[in-house]
Unconditional design. Structure first.
Ligand code: NAD
Ligand code: UDP
Length: 318
């Protein structure tokens, strides 16, 4: 059994990761400043002896004795990471530096939760890890995209310069229970709108594509990458190659919820990528990993989660 630090462990993906690691019997320390995460996500874990929550900002150093570090702390939804872009960049870059310094000091292994956003608005489709991306360095998404790119650079430089044991994953759009209903991501927005009978807000013409991975599949890939062979450091894409337009997603959500909601078109946000789909050959080969949950199956589980959330809250959008 290992002692494991999860930064951002009170967020959507982090809470699933913590639950899995605690279930396997590891000692888990979750460090989170609750910027977008919530203690509610880890409430059940707080009763476990092998789980500890630390309210901590990763911009500051953290001294803990651990074998493994999963570095997830960073707001992931555009409305949150654009709310305080300077803070987003600090979280990405200083958070990565602090995670790496800790790994170096304790001779531990550190995994960076990077993102498909490093490919920007990709000119190569689908995206293999060898593609360097097409990123606007000065736009409204740049604080996140460039912050994550700088973090990847730091991971590779610590590895080359100090021999730090690093792993880098590039996560493509992930969804599932524990998504924050108010963080504006497309899956949670569409499901909540459908369940409430409100208009489904498709941005732009809705022909832009994304590839959606169910969170259980992603967590399995993260665990495999963390325990992958020495010398394999990535970056490795983790995502579901099924590619859908936002109009197709809206239709699926309407069908699965049996909603009477209608699609309305809203302005497309600046620099919104037109297409995104991972090549996952490397993950298949190195990790023996590929997603198992179809979009329909994952959406059903997520819809049932949000039905439960809505039944306990009459004014979730307020
Ligand atoms: P999330 O916003 O739900 O979780 C992020 C967590 O980090 C939250 O609990 C938040 O409070 C915490 N956090 C933010 N700034 C912090 C700081 N300065 N110090 C300490 N904690 C801080 O997002 P998520 O979807 O769970 O994403 C987790 C990670 O995965 C992020 O690094 C994100 O960039 C990456 N990722 C997610 C997706 C996705 O589709 N969900 C895709 C690509 C990459
Ligand atoms: N989107 C949409 N309606 C919404 C929220 C998002 O059409 O209510 C679109 C958004 O413009 C983007 C896609 O859905 O093209 C995915 O958006 P999200 O914020 O979930 O993730 P990201 O853009 O970071 O991939």
């Amino acid at each position: 059994m290992k002692r494991i630090l999860v930064t951002g462990g009170a967020g959507f993906i982090g809470s699933h990761l913590c639950r899995k690691l605690v279930g396997e019997g590891h000692e888990v320390v979750c460090a989170d400043n609750l910027f977008t995460g919530s203690k509610k996500n880890t409430r059940a874990l707080l009763e476990c002896d092998n789980f500890q929550f630390l309210q901590h900002d990763v911009v500051q150093e953290l001294q803990v004795e651990v074998d493994r570090i999963y570095n997830l702390a960073c707001p992931a939804s555009p409305i949150h990471y654009q709310r305080d872009p300077v803070r987003t960049m600090k979280t990405s870059v200083l958070g990565a530096l602090n995670a790496l310094d800790l790994a170096k000091r304790v001779h531990g292994r550190v995994l960076q939760a990077s993102t498909s956003e490093v490919y920007g608005d990709p000119q190569v489709h689908p995206q293999p890890e060898s593609y360097w991306g097409s990123v606007n360095p000065i736009g409204i998404r740049s604080c996140y995209d460039e912050g994550k790119r700088a973090a990847e650079t730091l991971f590779f430089d610590y590895h080359r310069q100090y021999g730090t044991d690093v792993k880098v994953i590039r996560i493509f759009n992930t969804y599932g229970p524990n998504m924050d209903p108010k963080d504006g991501r497309v899956v949670s927005n569409f499901i909540i709108q459908a369940l409430k009978g409100e208009d489904i807000t498709v941005y732009g013409d809705g022909r832009q594509t994304r590839s959606f991975c169910y969170v259980d599949d992603l967590v399995e890939g993260m665990l495999r990458m963390m325990e992958s062979r020495d010398g394999f450091i990535g970056p490795v894409n983790l995502g579901n190659p099924g590619e859908f337009t936002m109009l197709e997603l809206a239709k699926k959500v309407i069908d699965l919820t049996g909603s009477k909601s209608k699609v309305v078109h809203c302005p497309l946000p600046q620099d919104d990528p037109t297409q995104r789909k991972p090549v996952i050959d490397l993950a298949k080969r190195e990790l023996g990993w590929e997603p198992k949950v179809s979009l329909e199956e994952g959406l059903k589980k997520t819809i049932s989660y949000f039905e439960d959330v809505l039944s306990h809250s009459s004014s979730i959008r307020d």
